[in-house]
Design a protein around this ligand. Structure first.
Ligand code: ZN
Length: 507
């Protein structure tokens, strides 16, 4: 960015206001991090209120007419700058956020957050009791409110578009649907072919692996990947996530199961991927709307790139396998690298999305995406959702959930948020991860060999240079084209799956 004395006075004023709003939002994020890590249960009610107060305050400050006036005053200045410049991008992205934020009445936000707290509570009770009927009226209300939300943005092609845009700016139901239709058509037969073969033996991962040793090993791994502990830390939680309070403080959380080596290690690498993205953003963007990942899809592309293309690769384990054997000698010393590699890449048609492997995972996501669209369109009623869910599991994955707890009640998303825009980012991210990784290899053919030596710098630097540093400057579709020279496609992902699993399963 330009130096203070050269900065346009209205832009300086805008930045001052944005910094203040960012500080309030960061304080709310810190309260959330504390709630999910160290807060005693007794703090829950007050904490919910405290976070809501801060978020409301930030919203009021951001939707202040003075921000609108500053943005209007800056139009000519913005037009005089190049599109790529930091200042033009800051004005552009702030305007985008502002124009969206002012369309949503504060009364709606209050009504929605009150409802979703009740819906979440009903779900938390209904899921273990396998009682969809108990949560059905809440979900019907969620659907009604989600439609209301979409209708604050009239002029859409599909009612889901405004909700999709919220997470994956610029993406639309039609384009995502056609991409997903192609993907499903390719994936279903691959999954069927793998399922017709004996399931890989992953029992070696389900011996007892003491928690402390698992944590120590995964810390060693993520240091090597490039996670900066001067600007981050890791703590334990129930549902792992990454959060950021500034570019100098990007934290990850993890969860360990002593009888499952997969769980802690790969979720740690996954959250590290999210954190490397945030740690790599241009530090000049600090405390502005540019300082964040550009979409949920691009964010997920980074967690999945590090988790799957790095962490589940043979190259990676050529370096790390002797180290994990040394960490767990009684469990792994007699086990070959090849058996271990097959175990961590086991493919199985299963019921739970979050436990799914790289091949079947997107089928889970696409089922949810299609059902969201049908609910919003009105072609599916909430009361018929469990049946529609089970039918799609039968046709796409060849299995039917024995209960709604393992079916339609498994994910928190619809019960703690909106219906619409919640799931497509996971699969868009997987597609992008393959396309980005291909582009990185094309630019640096030494990356695979370097990985076998425990050197991830070239890959990390390439990602910083091409993706991370830009923060929110470019929306996802534009970023993909800039970085890879092509529009988002299913081809790199399908080629990766065919290559890797074709070898593993002799397809
Ligand atoms: Zn993620």
């Amino acid at each position: 960015m330009q130096t203070i004395e050269r900065t346009h006075p209205q832009l300086q004023e805008l930045k001052t206001r944005l910094t203040e709003i960012n500080d309030i939002e960061s304080a709310a994020s810190l309260l959330y991090w504390d709630q999910a890590t160290y807060m005693p249960a007794g703090g829950a009610a007050a904490r919910g209120r405290q976070m809501a107060t801060l978020r409301q305050l930030a919203h009021i400050k951001f939707t202040d007419a003075a921000i609108g006036q500053l943005l209007a005053d800056l139009r000519d200045y913005e037009a005089s700058l190049s599109y790529d410049s930091d200042e033009a991008s800051l004005i552009r992205i702030t305007r985008h956020d502002y124009e969206k934020a002012v369309k949503i009445p504060a009364s709606f936000t209050a009504k929605f957050s009150q409802h979703s707290a009740q819906c979440y509570e009903a779900w938390a009770k209904a899921r273990p009791e396998n009682d969809f009927a108990a949560v059905q009226p809440y979900l019907e209300k969620t659907l009604e409110l989600s439609r209301e939300m979409a209708n604050f943005f009239p002029g859409y092609e599909h009612i889901a578009d405004p909700l999709i845009d919220e997470a994956d700016h610029g993406m639309k139901a039609t384009s995502v649907r056609s991409l997903f239709a192609q993907l499903r058509q390719q994936l279903v037969p691959i999954v069927e072919a793998i399922a017709s073969q004996p399931i890989a033996d992953a029992s070696v991962l389900h011996q007892t692996f003491p928690e402390d040793q698992q944590l120590a090993f995964s810390l060693q791994v993520i240091k090597q990947l490039g996670y900066d502990f001067q600007r981050g830390r890791q703590d334990k939680t129930l549902h792992p996530f990454m959060t950021k309070f500034s570019t100098g403080d990007v934290r990850i959380t993890t969860r360990v199961r002593e009888n499952d080596l997969n769980e802690g290690l790969f979720s740690t690498i996954h959250e590290t991927g999210h954190a490397l993205y945030e740690q790599g953003i241009n530090r000049e963007f600090e405390a502005t709307p540019l300082a964040g990942g550009t979409s949920s899809g691009v964010h997920e592309s980074q967690s999945r790139l590090w988790e799957n293309f790095v962490g589940r690769s043979r190259n990676f384990w050529q370096f790390f396998y002797p180290q994990i054997q040394a960490a767990f000698p009684s469990q792994l010393s007699n086990l070959s690298l090849e058996t271990f590699y097959r175990a961590i890449n086991k493919v199985e048609r299963s019921l739970i999305r979050t436990d799914a492997d790289e091949v079947t995972y997107n089928l889970h996501v696409m089922i949810r995406f299609d059902l969201e669209l049908q609910l919003l369109e009105g072609s599916l009623a909430v009361r018929d959702l469990p049946q529609a869910w089970n039918e799609r599991y039968r046709s796409d994955l060849g299995i039917v959930p024995p209960s709604d707890s393992n079916g339609v009640l498994q994910d928190v998303h619809w019960y703690g948020g909106m219906i619409g825009g919640m799931f497509q980012g996971y699969t868009l991210g997987n597609l992008m991860s393959a396309q980005f990784f291909d582009a990185a290899l094309q630019a640096n053919s030494a990356i695979p060999t370097q990985m076998t030596q425990g050197n991830f710098n070239t890959l990390h630097d390439w990602l910083k240079q091409n993706i991370y540093q830009h923060g929110r400057k470019y929306p996802p579709a534009e970023l993909v084209e800039r970085v890879t020279g092509a529009t988002l496609s299913i081809d790199p992902f399908i080629s990766h799956i065919k290559r890797k699993y074709g070898e593993l399963y002799a397809l």
